[in-house]
Design a protein around this ligand. Structure first.
Ligand SMILES: Nc1nc2c(ncn2[C@@H]2O[C@H](COP(=O)(O)OP(=O)(O)OP(=O)(O)O)[C@@H](O)[C@H]2O)c(=O)[nH]1
Length: 769
């Protein structure tokens, strides 16, 4: 009773679910009370809805990210992507459930106890049909309509019915009766009722005493109810049918929130003397039922769940307040106290349903939200770790590649310097060798010419033919000798140099490139051959033999011999000037000086051979032009000086010598002379091209080695270009992995943020309850 008085006083002070004000004996209810306990649910729903919007975005972002790092990038596997993608539909499903989440209260009791009247009073309007006898035929669920219109729908149809038809559809006395376990949805404008606005759904039921299908009811309508209200009749005591129903409920639902309304308490006004005793008796039985029989709460808590009200009066009061027509406006004694108790019930009910619904609805959402955030975070953590590991591998690869490139560059610089020296030395050595060998071969040219054994004839045509074949003989003989002596020697040196070069380059290459490069950098298999061309046809084209018989001791021969000695002396004093070496291999083009030489002239210093010939002819002429007179004078002088015998003997010997030489002037002798002249001429010409030939050969060597070196350098270049592009790819991969790990980290941290938000939600709405 004390609690009852306190509650009443408290309500009188305006601490109710709605602001209640007395105005000329009537009370006004402000339906927009923001302090309503229902706001806990409303705020919690909004908050968790907001969090799930973020979770939805987060999961979608994570899926987009996972797709970006899967496939070619290989950071996420298709299974990883599928795992995270599965959460998109899960989150959407939770958001759908969240949208429909509401606080549900179900009213049960025997027929005519006033369930519909209580609901109407709570809704501040006469929405549900009520009356004496069995009126409510089926389940009627009243919920807020998002529009201004009021309408209703049956369970199996989307058709909207006029709300007035509820008295037909839901009324037991109507002809078009629905099944008692069927459901009719009544949508009532939210703005007309605070409960509906705050997502409370109220379910009216047929009397528990008129249906045997209680189990079906419970399964269908009670399992998701947050609060049950047992509307009892205060004029009698709790009936077994009512108790049995709640016994069934408590077996299927753990700790259901049950309120007991002892309705029709206005009837007690007619017997005020027994008021307290009856109230106490009912209260004790109800407390006993809730705490001892059902064990859904403690006796103290049960006391707070039991109310003595008059729904009829409460509805009447509220209808009057809204200036709606009422059938019987008379309120009996004590109606205000009963009204306050009704309001107190509403307050307690709102607190209870709000807290219960937050727990039953949002606790599981919060838990699932945390699990989703944790799972997605774990997947992202995995991606982050994979990306970091892959990045570390790539960074190491980048370091190795950079080191290899630097090393190759340094080694290449060093080996290029070495090879340049090597090629220089080789060139010098080859030049020297060729020069030496060719000079030696020129010195034994007479032997080569002597080997030529073709019949010699002095007719012009035959002689020309003989000369041409002698050119070829000398050419091939010299050529084969030079080849024999030079090619293998130089070739061996070349092979050594090329091998050294190839080995050096091979060692520069990174190990994994060596096998592929080995076949390419092998020195060529053909043995090296010195290329030169001794074109005797051209070289000795100016050779003119002189096969005129000349007595060895004739005056002309003596003068010529003398002339030859002088010529040699002059020639020694004035060595011939050589033409510069043409840059390419091949037969040397006869220079102007060589041409001059080829025309029979030789460089003899200030006096040419022609000049000497002129002098000798002049001297001979001088001796012979004196005619008989001179000869007589000379003969006389000789006879007088040495005696005629000596002159005769000398003349005889001279004549014999002449005769001998004249007789031995055969074709063989002419051939010998020819060959002698040829050797002298060809030797002189060949000596002129020694430097040129050796320079050409050394140039050939230089070309060969340089080409080989360039080929090897190109190989290194290809390898380094490949490594450069590999390095670029590695750098790009590092950047991609960097971006991926950064994004994974950000998304992972966002999961932390979302978990933290859910923790805050728990602290604000779940733990405090
Ligand atoms: N005197 C009095 N009459 C009430 C009170 N509450 C309801 N009634 C009347 O009791 C009768 C039955 O009320 P309903 O609200 O239809 O009862 P119900 O429990 O919904 O009945 P069913 O729908 O048949 O299960 C109506 O005539 C109401 O006017 C009350 O507090 N005091």
């Amino acid at each position: 009773m004390a609690a009852y008085v306190n509650r009443t006083m408290s309500m009188m002070a305006g601490d109710g679910p709605h602001n209640v004000a007395m105005n000329n004996g009537t009370m006004r209810v402000n339906v927009g009370n923001v302090d309503s306990p229902l706001q806990i649910f409303v705020r919690a729903k909004k908050k968790i809805n907001d969090i799930f919007i973020e979770i939805d975005d987060y999961v979608k972002d994570a899926v987009t990210f996972m797709h970006a790092v899967s496939g070619e990038n290989g950071i996420a596997t298709p299974q990883d992507v599928a795992n995270v993608e599965a959460y998109v539909s899960k989150v959407e499903a939770i958001r759908e459930v969240l949208k429909r989440d509401h606080m549900k209260v179900a009213f049960f009791g025997r027929t005519s106890n006033g369930k519909s009247t209580v609901i109407n009073a709570m809704l501040h309007d006469k929405i549900l049909p009520s009356g004496i006898g069995h009126t409510t035929n089926c389940f009627l669920q009243v919920e807020g309509s998002d529009t201004d219109e009021a309408f209703l729908k049956t369970e199996d149809s989307e058709e909207k019915h006029n709300v007035q038809s509820v008295s037909q559809l839901g009324h037991a006395l109507c002809t078009t009766r629905l099944q008692e376990s069927s459901l009719v949805h009544i949508y009532w404008p939210r703005e007309l009722c605070a409960l509906l606005r705050d997502d409370v759904v109220l379910v009216d039921s047929p009397g528990v005493d008129v249906s045997p299908n209680l189990d079906e009811w419970i399964d269908k309508y009670c399992l998701d109810a947050d609060v049950f209200v047992l509307v009892a009749n205060a004029e009698s005591t709790l009936m077994l049918t009512e108790k049995n129903f709640f016994h069934k409920v408590s077996t299927k639902i753990s700790q259901p929130n049950i309120f007991i309304l002892n309705n029709r308490w206005d009837a007690s006004a007619s017997e005020p003397e027994f008021l307290d005793q009856v109230r106490s008796q009912h209260a004790n039985r109800c407390v006993d039922f809730l705490s001892r029989e059902l064990r859904v709460c403690s006796p103290k808590e049960a006391e707070e769940r039991i109310f003595f009200i008059s729904a009829k009066e409460a509805l009447l009061t509220r209808m009057k307040e809204r200036e709606k027509p009422v059938s019987s406006p008379i309120l009996v004694e004590g109606h205000q106290v009963r009204y306050f108790e009704f309001v107190d019930f509403e307050r307690k009910f709102e607190e209870c349903i709000s807290q219960s619904a937050v727990q039953t609805k949002f606790a599981q959402h919060s838990r699932r939200g945390k699990n989703i955030a944790a799972d997605v975070m774990a997947a992202l953590e995995q991606i982050y770790t994979t990306a970091c590991n892959m990045k570390a591998t790539k960074v190491e690869k980048q370091r190795i590649l950079q080191e290899q490139l630097t090393c190759i560059e340094e080694q290449l610089t060093s080996i290029t310097r070495q090879m340049k020296d090597k090629i220089g030395k080789m060139v010098e050595s080859v030049e020297h060798k060729v020069s030496l060998t060719l000079s030696q071969e020129i010195r034994r040219l007479s032997a080569l010419v002597d080997e030529y054994d073709t019949p010699f004839r002095t007719e012009r045509a035959a002689l020309e033919q003989y000369k041409r074949s002698l050119h070829r003989h000398v050419e091939s003989g010299l050529g084969s000798r030079l080849k024999k002596r030079l090619s293998s020697d130089i070739g061996h040196e070349m092979d050594e140099a090329q091998k050294e070069m190839a080995d050096g380059m091979y060692n520069i290459l990174p190990i994994h490139k060596r096998a592929a490069a080995a076949s390419v950098i092998m020195p060529h298999q053909q043995p090296f051959e010195v290329l030169y061309r001794l074109n005797c046809d051209n070289l000795c084209a100016d050779f003119q033999e002189d096969l005129t018989f000349r007595f060895s001791y004739g005056i002309t021969a003596i003068i010529q011999r003398f002339q030859g000695k002088n010529t040699n002396k002059i020639a020694l004093k004035n060595p011939p000037q050589y033409t510069p070496i043409p840059p390419t291999i091949g037969p040397p083009a006869p220079s102007g000086e060589l041409s001059r030489m080829g025309n029979g002239g030789s460089v003899v210093g200030p006096l040419s051979a022609e000049e000497w010939s002129m002098i000798s002819k002049f001297a001979l002429g001088a001796l012979t032009s004196q005619g008989t007179m001179g000869g007589l004078l000379l003969s006389g002088l000789l006879l007088k000086t040495v005696g005629w015998r000596v002159v005769v003997v000398t003349g005889a010997i001279y004549g014999a010598l002449y005769a001998y030489e004249r007789l031995t002037w055969t074709a063989k002798a002419q051939e010998r002379l020819f060959k002698k002249q040829y050797v002298a001429h060809a030797g002189k010409k060949l000596r002129l091209i020694v430097d040129l030939t050796s320079a050409n050969c050394s140039h050939q060597v230089q070309q060969e080695l340089s080409t080989m070196f360039a080929r090897l350098c190109r190989l290194i270049d290809e390898a380094t270009t490949e490594m450069d592009s590999e390095l670029t790819e590695v750098r790009e991969a590092i950047k991609m992995l960097d971006d991926a790990s950064t994004s994974a980290k950000k998304l992972r941290n966002k999961a932390n943020y979302l978990s933290h938000e859910l923790e805050l939600f728990d602290d604000a709405f779940l733990k405090s309850n």
